[in-house]
Design a protein around this ligand. Structure first.
Ligand SMILES: NC(=O)c1ccc[n+]([C@@H]2O[C@H](COP(=O)([O-])OP(=O)(O)OC[C@H]3O[C@@H](n4cnc5c(N)ncnc54)[C@H](O)[C@@H]3O)[C@@H](O)[C@H]2O)c1
Length: 332
């Protein structure tokens, strides 16, 4: 993956911005297609004026924007998305972006004869784990409109491979965290929200004993894993989990953040009643991508949290301003 013209849809978002950084570092020319609903210029700090980067403000739902973005494109990383929580309130809007937007991108990729379509899916397509670690053969049981749309995205990608011979690969990241993650309001994720609370000496809430586990992967590791899959011909036309194969409990996350801020966990970790139906264990088997690419995610949870805190401290907001954005409950 060097000296290529690469398109990244959703390239101003959380994962997209890291992919774009790494692709530029490898000497590629990169075009971003992002409508900046949730993407930010701040995420592209340091590269916004890079002569090898072109940013198109446009939507994957608009075929004119898509056509413009695909001009001279050899490889596409398709990431643009509206998120899970929005899908619960506005399933049609999310369907329009995830399903119809993907279809627009697949048609353009077919017509422009791109060398590779990297389809960014999600571990959400598996639903609640029927067994752990979940491998790529785990049944698809989408439990939210978002996950259902992502399954449609995956199946459309597969079908374009079979019908039109479009070369593809599908990657399914598990829970990513790190710089450029979202902490604000309804879109906020666990780790960034807890960090903002700790910065303000506010309690970190866990449900039950916090024994629930998730597979947290540092976003730069996930981006590198995705690029490694994309550049390996043995990975072509296949699905890959992007995970660490390690379980980390929510309690361990809260304790690690407390330690970073020298907060007494007995005081600052607040237990609330267990949530009914909470998934207790979730982690992904990454053997398939490790065997083919040889890549093992490197960042420990302690190091990843430390780096994420450093990023928060570098933002142009006071802890108080961060907290005001964190507690926004309205999602509109
Ligand atoms: N964040 C995670 O933990 C996670 C886990 C698994 C999979 N994923 C997948 O990774 C990919 C990136 O997710 P993310 O977490 O970086 O999300 P994000 O919201 O940070 O990034 C998505 C980007 O898409 C852009 N976008 C939205 N609608 C668009 C449209 N119509 N046209 C063009 N751009 C549009 C947004 O402005 C944003 O910049 C998605 O495909 C998502 O399903 C994310």
């Amino acid at each position: 993956m060097q000296n290529k013209n690469i398109l990244v849809t959703g390239g101003a978002g959380f994962l997209g911005s890291h992919l774009v950084h790494q692709l530029l570092e490898r000497g590629n020319k990169v075009t971003i297609l992002d409508d900046f609903t949730h993407g930010k210029e701040l995420h592209l700090k340091g590269i916004f004026n890079n002569p090898n980067l072109k940013v198109i403000k446009g939507s994957i739902t608009n075929s004119h924007d898509v056509e413009k973005a695909f001009e001279n494109c050899q490889v596409v990383f398709h990431l643009a998305v509206l998120d899970l929580r929005q899908s619960i309130k506005e399933p049609e809007k999310v369907n329009d972006v995830v399903v119809n937007g993907t279809l627009n991108c697949l048609k353009a990729a077919r017509d422009k004869k791109v060398e590779l379509f990297v389809n960014c899916s999600s571990s959400e397509v598996f639903g609640t784990a029927q067994y752990v670690p979940m491998d790529e053969k785990h049944p698809l049981n989408p439990e939210t409109p978002y996950a259902a749309a992502k399954v449609a995205q995956d199946v459309y990608t597969f079908s374009f491979g079979r019908t039109y011979g479009l070369p593809w690969v599908t990657v399914r990241p598990f829970n990513m965290y790190g710089p450029n993650s979202h902490w604000q309001g309804y879109r906020g994720e666990l780790i960034p929200k807890m960090i903002v609370r700790a910065m303000n000496k506010q309690p970190l809430v866990i449900f039950g004993e916090g024994d629930q586990t998730r597979d947290f992967i540092y976003v730069e590791d996930a981006a590198k894993g995705i690029i490694d899959v994309a550049r390996n011909k043995k990975c072509l036309n296949n699905h890959f989990n992007i995970s660490t194969k390690k379980e980390t409990s929510i309690k361990k996350i809260a304790e690690t953040i407390c330690k970073e801020f020298s907060l007494d966990p007995n005081v600052y970790i607040q237990k609330q009643a267990p949530r009914p139906g909470d998934v207790m264990r979730l982690f992904g088997d990454n053997s398939k991508f490790q065997q083919l690419t040889g890549y093992v995610p490197q960042t420990s949870i302690e190091e990843g949290i430390h780096k994420t805190i450093a990023w928060f401290k570098s933002l142009p907001y006071t802890p108080d301003e961060l907290l005001n954005q964190e507690v926004l409950r309205s999602w509109e």
